[in-house]
Structure formats: structure tokens, C-alpha cells
Write a protein that binds this ligand. Structure first.
Ligand SMILES: [Zn+2]
Length: 376
């Protein structure tokens, strides 16, 4: 991921901070400096740094639980809005997903308990109530009070039963124990969105902050539910089930003029350039074609203006892995090859979108579009 710095490594997991997080620390320093001078500024930065250490431990909770089930995590990135552990996959057994989801908030429960034990020792004798804690004047102790409060907030916030919060996954896992994975996802997403609307309405009458969180949760929940549906649709399918097989190709000798003819003849927007042995050399997009036509003229060789490093997958490989390639690679399409390396198909974001539409239109929602695999 660009714009993030690796600050450490734990086993196979790289720990990264995003550049915006460093800017956020600078902003915190400046904001505290203006109101309370240099000592307040450093205290503010220390608090945020400690808070994010707790967020990192939360993510490590997910990572270690996932590792227990054989799921690797290549990296954790800290953003100003929190941490994201990039798990290779979410375990599909509901009981395992439940454990992985709950492991993060559980870490914050433990941190909060440890901090409260330390605080009750410093208060010795006095009751551990919010009032008494608020009276603490020693700055070193009061930072612990704030940190304990923040960890309790993290537990409550993360357990909101809506995607992409951990609570949404907990809810989905619990539902999936009684219904199919796809139906559980759809139900959990609707519950999450209903909750987000409720939060937004409550926010109008109480705290506007709640309204903002409600909007955020609603949008995030829709996005996450869509992604989960895409994964559901592709599960159990092979690349060959979803690829385009009828398409025009260009040869290494073709010119932009030839490509323009192919553009008119077909409805394609991406044209694979294939050599005599049937191997994919690159892809020419409609935009690149038009640009070349204007700037370099119709006699330009397509090989000069095509995008050369286009990823390829084997037709018999799993579709979900190929979809990851489409979203992560900056390529207009993914080439599909047979065992001998010959181009036999194409995957484009557009035809993946069509696959999704088909999936959604099927009467038995959750079943796979081509009947393969498990019905939800
Ligand atoms: Zn979490």
C-alpha cells in the first residue's frame, strides 16, 4: 500500500502506519499546543500514541485468533480512524469467525480491566467510581483514566452489530450457525443498517456526533455487504464459469487503425493483443486507442500504446482469487489462459458486475448463479 511506512514486523505480519496518521499526530500536537503550551502538546501526543497502541493490540487479537485457524495476515495498517488488519480470508466456519471477530474487542476488555486494577490501587481505599476517577489530578494517573475510558469506548463501538464493525461479524457468525452464510450476511447487513438509521435519528435529538456515526455505519455497512455478496457469488465458481469467451483480438503487427475497426465491429472496450503462439502480450483499451489515434496517428503499432503488464490467471483457478486481482491490479482486464498458456478468455470489471446482477436476480437468493456449490 502506498503512503504507509512499515514500523515493525511480527512473524509474517508487517505493522504499518499510514502517512495521514503521522499528520494526525502533528495536528494533535498543534491543537494542544495552542490551548495549553508545549507540555499539554506532548501529553496529547502521548495519549494518542498510547490509544493507538491499544488499537494495535486489538488488531493483533484478531491476527492471533486467525492464525490459530491457519489464516495469515500480511499486514496491519494504522489510520487516523483506527486500525485495519488485512486478513487473507475470514474463516468460513461460523464458530471460527465468531472467535476471530470477538478476539479484538476482548483485548480492549482486558486492557481496561488491567488499567482499572492499577487505578484502584492508586486510589487505595476510595471507591472506584467515575466521580472519584475524575478528581485525580496527577497527570500521569489521569492519562490512565482517559485510556481506560477509551478502551471501554472501543469495546462498545466495535461491538455495534453492523458491518464493518466486529459486532457485525459476531452477529453474522451467530446467524450463520442457524441459516446459510449468504442469508446470514444479508440479515446481518439489514439489522446493521436499521441500527444505523436508528442511531442517526437518535442523534438528531441528542448528540450530533451520533448522527455522523450513524451515516458512517450505514455507508460502511452497505459497502461491506456488497463485497460479501460478491464473494458469495464467486464462491465455488471457477474463472472459466465467469470469463468472456467471445471477443476480438489484435496481433502484435496490428495498428491503431485496425484496432479502431475492431472497436466499431464489436461492443468491446478492451482488446487483448495476442502473438502467433496465442500468448497475451497486453491489452489495448478504448481510451488508449483514441488517445493514440489523436496524438500519434492511425499507423501507430498497438504494441507501443497497449498496457503490457496485464495479469493472467488459469481458467481452472478459483474465481474469488481472480476477483482480488481485478480489484488490486491497475489493469483494465485479467487474461485467462489454458494450461499451455494460450489466451482463452477475459475477465473485466464489467462482466464481473453482470455476474453479480445475475446472482442477485436468481429466485433463490444466495444460491450460486450456475448451480455449483452450496445454496444459502
Ligand atoms: Zn476489531
Amino acid at each position: 500500500m502506498p503512503w504507509s511506512l512499515t514500523i515493525g514486523r511480527l512473524g509474517e505480519t508487517a505493522i504499518r502506519i499510514h502517512v495521514t496518521f503521522l499528520l494526525f499526530l502533528v495536528w494533535i500536537w498543534a491543537a494542544y499546543y495552542r490551548s495549553g503550551g508545549a507540555s499539554a502538546a506532548w501529553e496529547g501526543v502521548l495519549f494518542v500514541a498510547l490509544l493507538f497502541a491499544c488499537v494495535l493490540l486489538h488488531e493483533l487479537g484478531h491476527v492471533f485468533a486467525a492464525r490459530h485457524y491457519g489464516v495469515k495476515t500480511p499486514d496491519i495498517t494504522l489510520w487516523p480512524f483506527g486500525g485495519i488488519a488485512n486478513l487473507e480470508r475470514i474463516p468460513e466456519k461460523p464458530s471460527q469467525e465468531l472467535v476471530v471477530a470477538i478476539a479484538g474487542p476482548l483485548v480492549n476488555v482486558v486492557i481496561a480491566l488491567v488499567l482499572l486494577v492499577i487505578l484502584s490501587a492508586t486510589l487505595d481505599g476510595t471507591d472506584l467510581t467515575a466521580d472519584n476517577l475524575a478528581k485525580i489530578e496527577d497527570p500521569r494517573t489521569s492519562i490512565l483514566v482517559k485510556l481506560a475510558g477509551a478502551n471501554i469506548f472501543l469495546v462498545v463501538f466495535n461491538l455495534i452489530p453492523a458491518f464493518p464493525m466486529d459486532g457485525g461479524r459476531v452477529l453474522r457468525a451467530l446467524l450463520a450457525m442457524n441459516m446459510g452464510h449468504a442469508k446470514a450476511t444479508a440479515t446481518a447487513a439489514s439489522i446493521g443498517q436499521g441500527l444505523a438509521i436508528g442511531m442517526g435519528l437518535l442523534g438528531i435529538f441528542t448528540n450530533p456526533m451520533l448522527m455522523i456515526i450513524g451515516v458512517f455505519v450505514f455507508l460502511a455497512a452497505s459497502g461491506e455487504a456488497g463485497q460479501v455478496q460478491l464473494k458469495e457469488a464467486s464462491r465455488g465458481l471457477l474463472v472459466s464459469d465467469a470469463m468472456i469467451t467471445h471477443f476480438e483480438t489484435l496481433g502484435p503487427q496490428s495498428t491503431v487503425d485496425d484496432a479502431a475497426d475492431a472497436l466499431i465491429r464489436s461492443t468491446q472496450k478492451e482488446f487483448p493483443v495476442v502473438d502467433g503462439a496465442g500468448h497475451l502480450r497486453g491489452v489495448l483499451t478504448r481510451d488508449a486507442m483514441i488517445r493514440a489515434m489523436k496524438d500519434q496517428g492511425p499507423q501507430t503499432a498497438v504494441i507501443e500504446v497497449m498496457q503490457a503488464d496485464v495479469p493472467v490467471v488459469e481458467a481452472r483457478s478459483k474465481l474469488d482469487a481472480a476477483l482480488k486481482l481485478i480489484t488490486s491490479a491497475q489493469a483494465p482486464a485479467v487474461g485467462v489462459v489454458d494450461v499451455s498458456g494460450k489466451l482463452v478468455g477475459l475477465l473485466t470489471p464489467e462482466n464481473v458486475g453482470e455476474l453479480m446482477m445475475l446472482h442477485a436476480a436468481r429466485p433463490e437468493r444466495g444460491a450460486h448463479p450456475f448451480g455449483r456449490g452450496r445454496a444459502g
